[in-house]
Design a protein around this ligand. Structure first.
Ligand code: SF4
Length: 359
């Protein structure tokens, strides 16, 4: 059981981050923000996949101007992602956004940052204070020689102190290093010294396969240490994949549950059914369903009985057939052709029972 670090709550619209809130899942659109319909379509799809806060890039005035309509029609709070330009930051703040992401290191003007924070306070807009190894202050680079974990943590601590000195507290921090260990260490140092909520993620993790592994390792270590109030898995892939992977990471640590949990064996020479295809079909039919069930799909009886006992429902496969288990008890024998249909039918029935009779 993970014991989470105690943090103070921050509010992005109606979503609480930190305090007693669960770890919140975020993603970022990859559409041109000024293409309002495309952006909203993607936000709606991400919301359906479980995304709870969405960040959209605002690199131009045209994008900042589109925010008003996006915010008014979005089902989840919207954060504007701002780099370099205080002018675009102010323009975005006029649109009703719920949060703004700023890297003070690339705005590099304390006066302007103070003005942005005052406006955020007036409008009750949350801030994500970002520190990246690529935009670290000169004085820290001189002190440490390179963007070390200590340098990143110190930058985040200094800027947090600045935010608090100007009377702004509705913010979370993200510290992004270029590799997993640097990232973990920088977040750990920061977490030891403050109760400010942390947004964690492994930046530019890569394509789906490699990026998911890298994210699972980095986020897994931090989350196991109790660090992380909101996550984004950054993949060079469809953002819906980011949300799916984020839930899988959180689910494996018992921090969130989304959809069914499939326990399936890796298969071996004992296999007598096409297990990968069966698993693929079950996941395809139920992957998006929000059913908190453990489903075991095992290639043979070697581990199946034990796993089936732990699972809510399962298949113990054999020679072109399987025993369907429920709560560890055999229910019936099904042929390979019937397996997916029967399992999905039973799972939907269990969902209906849990919802008080409505499937
Ligand atoms: S459950 Fe059976 S088929 Fe699957 S890996 Fe184990 S021994 Fe092999």
């Amino acid at each position: 059981m993970v014991e989470r670090r105690k943090t103070r709550p921050v509010y992005v619209g109606n979503v609480q981050i930190g305090g007693d809130a669960p770890v919140i899942v975020q993603s970022m659109t990859d559409t041109k923000t000024h293409d309002i319909e495309a952006t909203l379509n993607q936000i709606n799809r991400l919301h359906k996949a479980g995304c709870e806060i969405i960040r959209v890039a605002a690199p131009t005035e045209k994008d900042a101007e589109a925010l008003k309509e996006i915010v008014s029609r979005s089902p989840i709070p919207v954060i504007a992602d701002i780099h370099f330009s205080p002018r675009i930051a102010f323009l975005s703040l006029e649109s009703g956004i719920h949060g703004i992401r700023l890297n003070p290191g690339n705005i590099n003007d304390e006066g302007k940052i103070r003005e942005i924070l005052q406006e955020c306070k007036r409008k009750n807009i949350a801030v994500r204070l970002g520190v990246n190894s690529g935009s670290l202050e000169e004085k820290l680079l001189e002190k440490y020689g390179y963007p070390s974990a200590q340098a990143l943590a110190e930058s985040a601590l200094n800027w947090s102190e600045f935010f608090e000195k100007v009377g702004f507290t509705n913010f979370k921090v993200s510290i992004k290093g270029s590799d997993v260990l640097q990232n973990v260490e920088a977040n750990r140092i920061f977490a030891e010294r403050t109760d400010i909520p942390l947004h964690i993620g492994i930046t530019e993790a890569g394509p789906s396969g490699r990026g998911s592994v890298k994210s699972a390792v980095g986020l897994g270590i931090l989350l196991y240490l109790g660090i992380g109030d909101t996550v984004r898995v950054s993949l060079t892939a469809d953002p819906e994949e980011e949300v799916k992977v984020a839930y899988q990471i959180l689910q494996s640590l018992g921090l969130r549950r989304k959809g069914i949990e499939i326990i399936s064996c890796p298969t071996c020479g004992r296999i007598e059914v096409n297990l990968p295809e069966i698993v693929k079909q079950v996941e395809g039919q139920l992957g998006q369903e929000d059913i908190p069930l453990k489903v075991a799909i095992m290639g043979c009886v070697v581990n199946a009985i034990g796993e089936a006992r732990e699972a809510d429902i399962g298949l113990a496969c054999g020679n072109k057939s399987a025993i369907l288990f429920k709560k560890g008890e055999p229910v019936k024998r099904v042929s390979e052709e019937e397996m997916v249909e029967e399992l999905v039918k039973e799972i939907k029935k269990m969902k209906g029972e849990r919802n008080g009779g409505t499937a």
